[in-house]
Ligand binder design. Structure first.
Ligand SMILES: CC(C)(COP(=O)(O)OP(=O)(O)OC[C@H]1O[C@@H](n2cnc3c(N)ncnc32)[C@H](O)[C@@H]1OP(=O)(O)O)[C@@H](O)C(=O)NCCC(=O)NCCS
Length: 193
């Protein structure tokens, strides 16, 4: 995966040690981590281990979750990108598209923007055949992002550790190409959504 990508409002880039303080501040907010990991606010140590784990992911796979920086201010706004959902063995082997946005920026379309850029990279740069996305069934905002960027609901399952209901969405490379063709026709003809 490319080390850095820009969207209209975001710079998606590799993590640096300078991000640790800002990320720890974001992940210390319980509303943000409710549907992440074990569902509790991250301690500074949790954030540190998350960063180490994701650094190893980048080294092993050559792609991963990017740090999402707001172009306007340079502030860290969360993460976007691709990860390997090894925590859910029934979907493996798989690559997951995911997002997390700092609470003051919720509802501005940032996850949708970063999610689309992540799909472009998954299918155009990495040439993956399929991407999945997984959320808790009551994480309505995340499910809505999956729908907005064109993933389809595949099935529900239970979380292997806590039994909670999970939604699995997916998109194939063919679906991605079809959506891109339809979008090109829309733009060429000046049709609005
Ligand atoms: C999920 C998350 C990344 C969404 O980020 P965001 O930048 O606010 O998302 P967007 O603005 O692109 O889109 C959110 C959509 O969900 C909708 N939404 C949000 N809360 C909702 C709710 N309670 N009920 C129904 N729809 C809701 C928004 O209206 C929007 O849809 P719309 O554009 O059709 O109106 C953000 O809420 C977050 O960081 N949550 C905590 C971390 C997390 O759960 N990550 C995902 C793990 S699977």
């Amino acid at each position: 995966m490319t080390d850095a990508v820009e969207t209209p409002r975001l710079r998606l880039r590799r993590w640096t040690s300078e991000d640790a303080v800002a990320l720890a501040k974001i992940l210390a907010v319980p509303d943000i981590t409710r549907y992440i990991g074990e569902g509790h606010a991250f301690s500074k140590e949790d954030t540190f281990s998350w960063m180490m784990r994701h650094r190893r992911h980048w080294e092993e796979f050559g792609f991963g979750l990017w740090a999402a920086e707001l172009k306007e201010t340079g502030a860290l706004a969360g993460w976007m990108g691709l990860a390997t959902p090894a925590w859910l063995p029934e979907v493996m082997p798989a690559t997951e598209v995911g997002w997390l946005v700092d609470k003051p920026h919720w509802g501005r379309g940032l996850a949708t923007e970063g999610g689309r850029a992540s799909l472009d990279h998954a299918f155009q740069t990495l040439r993956l055949e399929e991407v999945v996305s997984i959320c808790y069934a009551d994480n309505v905002a995340s499910e809505r992002v999956m729908q907005k960027i064109g993933l389809h609901h595949e099935r529900d399952t239970a979380h292997p550790r806590n039994g909670a209901r999970l939604r699995i969405y997916a998109m194939t490379s063919t679906e991605f190409e079809d959506a891109a063709r339809i979008e090109a026709i829309r733009v060429t003809n000046g049709w609005t959504h």
